[in-house]
Write a protein that binds this ligand. Sequence first.
Ligand SMILES: [Zn+2]
Ligand SMILES: [Zn+2]
Length: 157
Amino acid sequence: MPNSSGELTESELQELVEHVSLSFFNRPFLHQAKINRRMTTTGGRYHLTDHHLEINAHFLQPQYHDELVGIIKHELTHYHLHLQNRGYRHRDTDFKLLLKKVGGSRYAPDIGLRKKQNPKFVYKCQHCGQKFKRVRRINVRRYACGKCGGPLRLVKG
Ligand SMILES: [Zn+2]
Ligand SMILES: [Zn+2]
């Protein structure tokens, strides 16, 4: 039974992974696909120890279906190459060629899951009083106020 949000369940995910595996790799996926609800910046992960795949729960929503298939192909590329004792790491030629062949995603698609960095430094324009927040320290001798061109001063950081 599909749940109300339209998000894939773990057994539907398992079926999809098995299906993608047969149709694009001509090989069966014989291990487990699991949902990971704590992943933020990665789409999925392949585990070398017990060969299971984890997929970021965010991509199980219907609007991310294409991205999900791209992630599954990426993780299956690790999976099949590893099981065949071929180059399964990102830098390996086997990996690059097979990923390209099946059309897998190279990186986790950015759907705004990356945590926002908190600005640590606050600068204030000494001329107009405008405040600027920055994650990193800036050189106040090289940067001026974006509004009026006045000199900046660090007020917090
Ligand atoms: Zn990878
Ligand atoms: Zn200013």
